[in-house]
Design a protein around this ligand. Sequence first.
Ligand SMILES: *Cc1c(COP(=O)(O)O)cnc(C)c1O
Length: 407
Amino acid sequence: MSFKPANNIQDLQYFGEFGGVNPSISDSSTYTFLSAKTMFDTFEGNADGCYLYSRHSSPSNLYLGEALAAMEGTETATVTSSGMGAITPVIMQLCSSGDHVISSRTIYGGTYAFLKNFTPRFKIETSFIDITKLDIVEASITKNTKVIYCESVSNPLLEVADIKGLADIAKRHNLKLVIDNTFSPLSISPAKLGADVVVHSLTKFINGSSDTVAGVICGTQEFIDDLRNVNDGACMLLGSTMDSLRSASVLKNLRTLHIRMQQHSLNAAFLAEKFEKDGLKTVYPGLKSHPSHNLFKSMMYDKYGFGGMLTIDVGSIDKANELMELMQEKNLGYLAVSLGFYKTLFSAPGSSTSSEIPDEEREAMGLSDGLIRFSIGLDADIERTYNMMRECMVKLNVLDPRISELG
Ligand SMILES: *Cc1c(COP(=O)(O)O)cnc(C)c1O
């Protein structure tokens, strides 16, 4: 049977305790054992199907983990209390003092800060490079390198990683390829392209209701078992455990992800094309002008499109702020960080989610002050949205109405 991420979610079947159509929520932090021997074996990790303590695992968290593993095509997965709570233990599990990480220089601000400012305390050093250049990636490998880290579609510049090419390098040098797939769930399946570990912030598209913070690590059974090991597992010991009530809630939202992603992508593609025609500097992987348009195409499941994220550059932070405030006033979306909500969300990454990155580095990677990042919502009538956004842009002289009228 061929691998189709959304089918794999749909084909899972769990019943609740009383034949409910949803699995029962495990509302316990600890579990009883009929025999002391089984308790001992569970500590040792040899008693399948037994639960010990909910920081280790819980039935509700296992259901959600299995669904996400099915989506990503990995052996298994473990859910965490945030995206950062997924990323940080993965790095800490794979690296020891003296090790080296190669990371894309355009990544989520929190991940950047962790690798730049936090892991050096443990003598784990990171080279931040242009991940789209495979020769630079390979040239950055040292004898201490353990991990190649990047996002399939990067935040906020929407650079696209050549996952197959990176996996090839990782295999040849015996490194682990870790991919953050938060921006492209269902569209791209990094594990199927050779990634060893796939992480997500579930806070974004996957949960999709901006009501919770959550994360997941998808990988081999061996790696997930290592993370959960009571003696030296980074998930178990650092303790970013998801609450069962929350994982039950995320699982229910996951079921509509395929429909939501299609609408996010349709709407984003519509706006990106219009904005580009209007003469705005627009970045969207679905545009032919995007430098990695063909690469994204070669990796994607067509149906889910190029995702819901796009950026425009309006020249200055003042213009960006004015435009975002006006769009919010017209109820076209919210001036807010995060993504994947039913409403459009916009923010200026230079002064918000990427402010951890120093000015010089932001300039070098092309992260300009006038950049606005949009997470396009599920608007039923995107043409109306476009017309209203255009009015805002014309009013603020961001857009010259003659350009699109002539074009
Ligand atoms: C938001 C985000 C994270 C961090 O996730 P949290 O759930 O906020 O901890 C990591 N990576 C990417 C790409 C993100 O957008």
